[in-house]
Design a protein around this ligand. Sequence first.
Ligand code: IMP
Ligand code: MG
Length: 180
Amino acid sequence: MERDIQQVLVSREETIALVKKLGQEISVDYEGKDLMLVCILKGAVVFLSDLVREIKIPLSLDFMALSSYGASTESSGAVQILKDLGASVENKHLLVVEDIVDTGLTLKYLLKNLKARKPASIKVCSFLDKPARRKVNIKIDYCGKEIPDKFAVGYGLDYNEQYRHLPYVAVLKPEVYQKL
Ligand code: IMP
Ligand code: MG
């Protein structure tokens, strides 16, 4: 796996520090509130599992799966709910946990969908932000790090379902894409 890596964008050490900081901010901001994290599968699951352990106030969790890229590295813009939340989110303070915001199309659709379910509030926490490719205006309330316009893998992010378990964020060598 290591030999497929061209460049590290967020090292393991930086990842740990960024997640800790986000957890501290969330713990302060949501003190006394009925916080529920909505993790977007599959990409955000690695980030979520580290993040929850840095949040020191009570919270609940749920998961949603949305259609995404498949084997391509470009967003189609068409979003579909593959797995929905297990219960009502009415009056809960929702924090959507994402791996990365790229075009923003997925999140735009999701936020509209969740707002219709009458939560008390709704905010976004994304580990990565790729602002260069944004197509719609999205406010990221808690952001780990901005990255350049490069296709990233690791820390939950995949290329063709591979590399999600890399403990850092990296860019693959061009020949890796040519192989698949
Ligand atoms: P968006 O709708 O274009 O903002 O993209 C949303 C989803 O696309 C993210 O949650 C990721 O799952 C995936 N994605 C976007 N950029 C990358 C990337 O650089 N590497 C891997 N997956 C990505
Ligand atoms: Mg995702």
